[in-house]
Write a protein that binds this ligand. Structure first.
Ligand code: SF4
Ligand SMILES: [Zn+2]
Ligand SMILES: [Zn+2]
Length: 311
């Protein structure tokens, strides 16, 4: 298999042709930078925080955000990294080692906050208690607390935007999950930039890897020699998302371009969904316990925390 551009040995076969290592890296970086420019994900004077875990997606997006800033002569002093340690035994501690090394090597300041410190329990301890009371999967608990802490600490760090490593596969899965669950309000918050309306209590999240397939991110991280372990969270197979992921992978294997098709169709519909949501805005208030944003008196993170405290 030869590269369609230079005839060197190809490392990947894409819909538009085969690419060698050099041409794949160029193609991948150009795609990310084009996404940033097209959707105005990064502003010249903005303070940025990359949400990192130590996995391939977050390290790739951190590396390329820094490269984008340097390429455009934007000071990298406005760039910081924020990680949430959920407390997942035999998994997160390893990815955090990789993360610390990476941030030191690339000179990006890193802040790590943890479920245990902030909410009183690790995910491993909290999940069985919450599951018993409210039949929640680990990813439900993890997702609520992780988004909560990211938003809370991004505000504390005074950043304008949180950059995440969500890729095309993640987005296609989220779109299908929301369609299957008839959740148009949540679907309207997807896209390369999160949210429907700006609000002081929420920091906007943006996704430079939006059009990069998971296999492309994996290959990029490998070719760039990022020192990561490519391990999976032990809970990842327990959630609804995992079934959607398997289904989409099966479809993609049979019908190439399925995931891209889902995302493209969704982007065509997104303005309609967003207009619909703007017409019936949800009232955002402060949680009466923690003063963070909530759409009810007590936010979901505090409800789960209370369940644990009362157990
Ligand atoms: S797979 Fe689920 S439990 Fe594991 S880190 Fe992701 S959201 Fe959390
Ligand atoms: Zn080539
Ligand atoms: Zn709260």
């Amino acid at each position: 298999m030869h590269c369609s551009k230079c005839r060197y040995q190809a490392v990947i076969s894409l819909q538009h042709g085969n690419l060698c290592k050099k041409h794949f890296i160029d193609y991948f970086e150009e795609k990310v930078f084009k996404t940033i420019n097209k959707y105005q994900l990064i502003g010249r004077n903005e303070k940025l925080c990359v949400a990192v875990s130590g996995g391939k997606d977050s390290l790739t997006v951190l590396y390329l955000t820094k490269k984008y800033l340097e390429k455009n002569n934007i000071p990298t002093t406005n760039l910081t990294a924020l990680a949430v340690d959920e407390g997942i035994d035999n998994y997160r501690e390893h990815t955090l080692v990789d993360l610390r090394k990476f941030c030191t090597e690339h000179r990006v300041p890193l802040t790590i906050v943890s479920f245990e410190q902030e909410l009183g329990k690790t995910l491993d301890q909290a999940y069985p208690i919450i599951n018993k009371d409210a039949s929640k999967k680990p990813c439900n608990v993890c997702g609520v607390w992780r988004r909560y802490l990211l938003n809370k600490h991004a505000k504390r760090l005074g950043v304008d935007k949180v950059i995440t490593g969500h890729n095309l596969d993640d987005e296609a899965q989220a779109i299908i999950m929301n369609i299957f669950k008839a959740n148009t309000a949540l679907a309207a918050r997807l896209g390369p930039t999160s949210g429907v309306q700006e609000h002081d209590l929420f920091i906007q999240r943006v996704k430079p890897l939006y059009f990069c397939a998971e296999k492309e991110v994996r290959l990029y991280a490998l070719l760039k020699n990022f020192q990561i372990k490519f391990t999976e969270c032990p809970y990842s197979k327990e959630g609804y998302r995992h079934h959607i992921q398997e289904m989409l992978n099966e479809f993609e294997n049979k019908y190439k371009g399925t995931k891209q098709g889902i995302v493209n169709s969704f982007l065509a519909m997104l303005p309609l969904l967003q207009n619909q949501e703007k017409e019936m805005p949800q009232t955002i208030q402060q949680c009466s316990k923690c003063k963070e944003a909530s759409n009810k008196d007590i936010c979901n993170a505090c409800v789960m925390k209370e369940t644990i405290e009362n157990a």
